[in-house]
Design a protein around this ligand. Sequence first.
Ligand SMILES: CC(C)(COP(=O)(O)OP(=O)(O)OC[C@H]1O[C@@H](n2cnc3c(N)ncnc32)[C@H](O)[C@@H]1OP(=O)(O)O)[C@@H](O)C(=O)NCCC(=O)NCCS
Length: 170
Amino acid sequence: MIEIRQLDGNDIWGQIEGLSAVLVDCVEGGASVNFMSGFSMDDAALFFESVADAVDRAERLAFAAFDGEEVLGTVQVMLRTPPNQPHRGEIAKLLVRRASRGQGVAQQLMEAAEEAAREAGKTLLTLDTASDAAERLYERMGWTRVGVIPNFALLPDGAPCATTFFWKQL
Ligand SMILES: CC(C)(COP(=O)(O)OP(=O)(O)OC[C@H]1O[C@@H](n2cnc3c(N)ncnc32)[C@H](O)[C@@H]1OP(=O)(O)O)[C@@H](O)C(=O)NCCC(=O)NCCS
């Protein structure tokens, strides 16, 4: 049974080990999510501490998928945008641990994130993803693919990878 919960800053601190384990597992699995190979649980905890601060400042929304108290995946919505883009939010760090993929966890996380973004007054969401990673998921969920920038980022092992940009009107 998958349960999606929105997390406040305290919740993130309380779940920091489970959230970090998901992020480390994704990087170890080769996901291009800003971090390079050798990324540790301590590195991941530092990252989620900064997320907790941003959530407390109302600059981000954070969600996690749980099976009981076990964290299966997570996603964030960046709410903080320049003054001329108050209606836009950005999806970041959609991560599902390898053992829990292919069961709709990411789809449920995205549904929760999109709904909360709408409730926060956002009417446009954007995101970028390593090409191939989650493109089918986003297209299935009504996102429009803008295009691909080759060599935009590196995979954890240092190999260059293309990035695809998407948008969705809420
Ligand atoms: C991309 C990612 C988030 C997808 O997570 P996920 O939970 O496996 O996604 P879903 O289960 O919702 O969808 C994945 C597939 O499972 C299928 N699926 C969903 N529920 C299913 C079920 N009950 N039974 C069988 N298949 C199912 C979906 O149809 C989908 O198939 P498709 O992609 O071939 O069309 C995950 O692979 C991941 O964390 N990757 C590393 C990080 C990353 O690249 N993130 C995205 C960019 S930030």
